[in-house]
Design a binder for this molecule. Structure first.
Ligand code: GTX
Length: 210
């Protein structure tokens, strides 16, 4: 039995980066899939501290908030930089990914028909800070920070993969980011997970839009 359990809806959504990180680090986990009918019943929602999923269990330790889950696993599996300054830069990058993810979620769940064109037009501006971070770190040949993968890399690569689905080719304007995404996605354990049915059967979002 795996020590980690993810309770989430049958989507990639806010658990994709967590799953990518666990898979790439050779960790097992159990997915407890929560269908909308079960969620609507209300008991589970009431038991969740912010009334939302994902819920994560590390043994008996229960955690909510997707970014807190990423950070908890990063501390455990040495994916949080080499020192406090690297950790702070990773926090900065991850907060940037979160800002972008919130805008993406608003588009997908609230404004898809009216806001898609403007969102796509603005993608190059959204990518620029990450391209700049990469350029400053060994000319973009490594990761966001240092030369070791981190939790923020999994989160960013997941987010950028979603943008590529929304607007194919959108990463062509940021060559360092494009090469970095390809590099991360070709890591053997991560690639195997992304090619698995477990991943492929899950839609990116819960409303069929992508
Ligand atoms: N800040 C939180 C985090 O990062 O974990 C946000 C969590 C969140 O938005 N959870 C949503 C939720 O629990 C689900 S994420 C979107 C997936 C939708 C799939 C639907 C099939 N929503 C239910 C609720 O608020 O009652």
């Amino acid at each position: 039995m795996s020590v980690y359990t993810i309770f989430y809806f049958p989507v990639r959504g806010r658990c994709s980066a967590v799953r990518m990180m666990l898979a790439d680090q050779g960790q097992d986990w159990t997915d407890e899939v929560i269908k909308m009918e079960q969620w609507s019943e209300g008991t589970l929602k009431k038991s969740c501290i912010f009334g939302q999923l994902p819920k994560f269990q590390d043994g008996n330790f229960v955690l909510f908030q997707s970014n807190a889950i990423l950070r908890h696993l990063a501390r455990k599996h040495d994916l949080y930089g080499l020192d406090n300054k690297e950790a702070a830069l990773l926090d900065m990058a991850n907060d940037g990914v979160e800002d972008l993810r919130v805008k993406y979620a608003i588009l997908i769940y609230k404004e898809y028909e009216t806001g898609k064109e403007a969102f796509i037009k603005n993608i190059p501006a959204e990518l620029k800070p990450f391209e700049t971070m990469l350029a400053k770190n060994n000319g973009g040949k490594d990761f966001l920070v240092g030369n070791k993968i981190s939790f923020a890399d999994y989160n960013l690569v997941d987010m950028l993969s979603n943008l590529e689905v929304l607007s194919p080719g959108c990463l062509n304007v940021t060559p360092l980011l494009k090469a970095y995404v390809d590099r991360v996605l070709s890591r053997p354990k991560l690639k195997a997970y992304l090619e698995s049915d477990a991943h492929k059967k899950l839609p990116i979002n819960g409303n069929g839009k992508q």
